[in-house]
Each structure stands twice: as structure tokens, then as C-alpha cells.
Design a protein around this ligand. Sequence first.
Ligand SMILES: [Zn+2]
Length: 196
Amino acid sequence: MKIICSRCKILLGEQEPFDNPAEIKAKCTDCITKEKEEASRFTPKPLPGQKQEITLENGLKGVLWVAENKKDKLLLGDLAVSGKKFFCTKSGREKFQEYLKSLKGEDVEVSLLHSMTVKLDPAQRGRKKKENPPKTEESKKNHSIDYNCTMRVPKYYVQLMFNDMAERMDKVITFLAKASYEAYEKDCQNTGKSLK
Ligand SMILES: [Zn+2]
């Protein structure tokens, strides 16, 4: 018997009895990933002022909400703990630890930027019309929605989140610094300037 992916029809394997031409329907990992992505695209998102419970990949439950005010907006690399915003970097770790200790209780409320979506005008969905003026930065800003996720977790877990994010942010910063240096180097080569 042949094991076939029911979606893309790829042959995944064979199983006894081998002389039986019947097919066993299964799903390949690629198709499972694709279906998950499709499902998440259709997950209803909360509207401004609404909250929606979600379960994160690590099994934690959180609440998804729209960051409408400037004070609620978080950047990638930000954590808001009991209302105070922190940008996660290794150098800010001790200060963050002290703040965590100063909070009462075992669990604390932590928020992070969950995702962003860009709203499209109905007229701009589907085929692009040439007469549409190009979008300005200002109108783009007004059309993006930031979703924050808030959850209550033990303090030690918040510290882990901070460390993890700090590590990622340090990598991003190193990467950006390297890229900008390389661009500078190239620029110097092109213009004949000497490297500083
Ligand atoms: Zn497949």
C-alpha cells in the first residue's frame, strides 16, 4: 500500500501489504506547514477595543489586542512589564532584573508586539489600478495595525523572555552594523575615498 499526501499527491512511503494497490491518505510536512499558515491567516483578529484570547506556540495563553495609543505601541524587542516598557539588550539586563524583583507577587503581566497587519483599502485589493497615486509614508502609517499580546507569567519566565529577546536584538544590531559598514566600504571603493 502506498502512503500518499492527500494534498500534493507526493509519495510518502509504502506499507505492507506491498502488493495492495490501495492508497493510504496522509499529509506531508510541507503541506501541514502550508495549511497551518493558511489557517492562521484566517484567524479573526480583534478590532480596536476588543480582546481575543490566543494560545501561543509554547502553549501559553495570552490576550491579543490592538495597540491604539502611542504609549501602548511596542517595538520588536520591547517588553512591557506591569505597564513599564523595556527595550531588551544585554546591557539593560540588571536594571530589568531589579525592576522584576521590586514587583509584588510571583506572576507579572507582560506584553509584547505580537504581529502587525497592513489594512488595504477595498479599492486596492486585487488588481492594481495604475491611476492610484503612490501611497505616502503618512497614509501607510495610518493603515498599519499593531497587535500586542499580553499574558500573566511567572517572573522567572519574563526574565527568560528578556534574555532571549536581548540575544536576538544583539544579533540584529550586529548584523545591521556589519551591513552598514559593508555599504560604507563599498561606497568608499566606488568614490575613491579612503576608509576611516
Ligand atoms: Zn503534501
